[in-house]
Design a protein around this ligand. Sequence first.
Ligand SMILES: [Mg+2]
Length: 198
Amino acid sequence: MRIGIDIDNTITHTRELIYDYGVKFNEENNIPATCISDGYKIEDIFNWDDKLAAAFMDKYLINIYENVQPKTGALDVLSYLQRNHEVFLVTARNKYHPYIEQTTLKWLEKYEIQYDELIMNTTTNMHHCSKLDTCMEKKLDLMIEDHHDISLEISQQLPVIMFDYPYNAHVKAPNIFRVKNWLEAKTIIDKLAKTRSA
Ligand SMILES: [Mg+2]
């Protein structure tokens, strides 16, 4: 199969690290550190305005992309997928900021993640983009994601394995398979591959 895989919060524990850096940022700027929601965006989690969120990203985004940890089982399953399928990493990390591309490439190399193609965000939005066009263009058979709206949109056209998070808890669709870890994801991928080859 041709499998699309998101990076942040799918392969990696990005959310946890963003939260840790967010607490640090609050301390440094004497902002009362109150986590106010399970939201997806950092500004929603800490109730920051756009200016604060931008200052945080300027200061810590690169550290986050450098130091983020892979999830348990992610590296083993990715290696298995690369040997048995075609792997397309599809990320909303923005290609127009060269340090983001370089840091991402370096991180993938550090963890010896093999893939057929890395497709980055080429829109003017720094952190978000639709991935449906990429899925269609690359003729993907399956996408692995965590983002609520991206998963929903893609699921109109192809199956999506969605990593469970509080911010996507409301999402339910026939073509979306919710998983808690990479072992569960692998089981579903194997089943889908079997169905396709039957
Ligand atoms: Mg993600």
